[in-house]
Design a protein around this ligand. Sequence first.
Ligand code: KIV
Ligand code: ZN
Length: 508
Amino acid sequence: MHKPNLIDSMSERLYIFDTTLRDGEQVPGCQLNTVEKIQVAKQLETLGVDVIEAGFPISSPGDFNSVIEISKAVTWPTICALTRAVEKDIDVAAEALQYAKRKRIHTGIGTSESHIKYKFNATHEEIIERAVAAVKYAKKYVEDVEFYAEDAGRTDNEYLARVIEAVTKAGATVCNIPDTTGFRLPNEYNEKIKYLYEHVDAFAAGKSILSTHCHNDLGMATANTVAGVLGGARQVEVTINGIGERAGHTSLEEIAMIFKTHPDLGIETNINTTKIYPTSRMVSSLMNMPVQPNKAVVGRNAFAHSSGIHQDGVLKNTSTYEIMDPKAVGIDDNAIVLTARSGRAALKHRLNVNGIDIDGERLDKVYEEFLRLADRKKEVTDDDILVLAGGDRAQTHNVKLDYLQVTTGMGVRSVASIGLCIANEHFEAAASGNGPVDAAIKALKSIIKREMTLREFTIQAISKGSDDMGKVHMQVEHAGHVYYGFGANTDIVTASVEAYIDCINKFK
Ligand code: KIV
Ligand code: ZN
């Protein structure tokens, strides 16, 4: 019998299943297009993940297409597609996976009392039958079939073991035990995984492995995932920066660094940890999802010691207060800084280091933008160029900002005049407001006469100086929907208006 908390002296392999492009991408307003998804998938391959969950093919033509294109673009990781326990879903997933060199279908059904009763209006036995039928059906297409028991966190362990026993007998190679609502405590999740390991023969027999899938509603996702691994799970489902709906998911970087900094746990992953930071920056930039400054491993302050006592200790010997070397996660303080004198090759190299491979006309366009920025800013950082490389998304916008002029100051009312290009027609307006952003948005609204309300407005300077690029994230409500927008500029008022316009361009 496996002793889950006492791992043998030889390290055991933990498989990293990345769901940034499926569960992570469910964050409203953070959807990526296929080209961006391929970029992230290739970076995940460089990072060393074992499985990429590329999408839920039946859910939309976009998801279907992304699974096809990612399958073509990626070589080593297994490409996984999500389905419900429904034959049509599985047919479509199998079709989307046709080009994958290694493929997996991820099928499943809700197993908790509330799912059985309210979602399916079924009996416990019917759920087991549907689960088994789905796994058997998926096995017709692929050898590697993962089964998920949705809301397993709140499913009675004895019943869950019956479901899992049945699906492993039907051929499930991986059994995913999602804590869908992020409810379980770490000791409870550990016991659940241990219970399944001990009551379902396939795990000790090496015919199937258990997988964790922990949401972060109570801030316990990473702790629960570690508890699951200590309980016997050998796959973890994670996202870059812990992104995901609501409070997010277990973050890949935290799990990779936990097992790296605790070799005594005897768990090894295939993650090349020096690629963690560039991957985090890329995902944050493409999804317009800022990383909180105090985020473990990849936050701006994760390695910044500000208290005098800490600084003194770190200067004498880094191990005094640092348990990880920033270089081990790919943070390189000596990274080349680009300036107005840097050439195209240097820009291309830095973009490459950050996982962006561009050439030809697209590189020329980003280089032009880069030179404009370098004129305004002494040093251009990796974050800046990631924003520039993502900027071409605005090229397809219907509404574009032509110019913006604002007069503002203390003791006077701000006045803004704005020029917009809408479907190749030019419009101008002016307005006053109680600040420069207020005036500019009022002027904008006097041209775009639609019901819209600003719901959220976050300004973030990218790094240090007063000449820095500012990033603005906005949420605007229109006709019952909330739209997310992003803008980046050395002028924070312009960035704000760009973010508002980005929202408007997404209106349905
Ligand atoms: O959280 C969850 O239960 C899921 C499943 C669909 C795998 O994401
Ligand atoms: Zn999930």
